[in-house]
Design a protein around this ligand. Sequence first.
Ligand SMILES: O=C(CO)COP(=O)(O)O
Length: 123
Amino acid sequence: MTIKTIGFVAHDEKKSELVGWVEKNQAKLEQLSILSTGTTGGLIQEKCPQLSIQRLKSGPLGGDQQLGAAICEDRLDAMVFFIDPLSPHPHDVDVKALLRLAILYNVPFACNLASADALLNLL
Ligand SMILES: O=C(CO)COP(=O)(O)O
């Protein structure tokens, strides 16, 4: 499996965890094109200006659906989505739809630190 493009998403309570993980692994991630929901992508870009990040809409405004479309169109090879399991989200249906498409299209995705570390081994 060749991973050229990766998606990054995190719910608010998980954003600092994801930004820290990307910072720690940026040397490996620099070789990839990155798609990210708007707010998550902005925070990552601030800390890691050398990464090439295409920022989509914010998640609640359609960013999760844009990532889903990228999966359907074969434009996303892997995804790290740090989900907050303890808070309700108004766009929960979008989150579910994105995960459903990742499963359907056999796109590897990681939803916590341990699985994100494992995903890195595919790069
Ligand atoms: O809500 C999100 C994922 O469901 C993330 O969107 P943002 O990165 O724009 O906050």
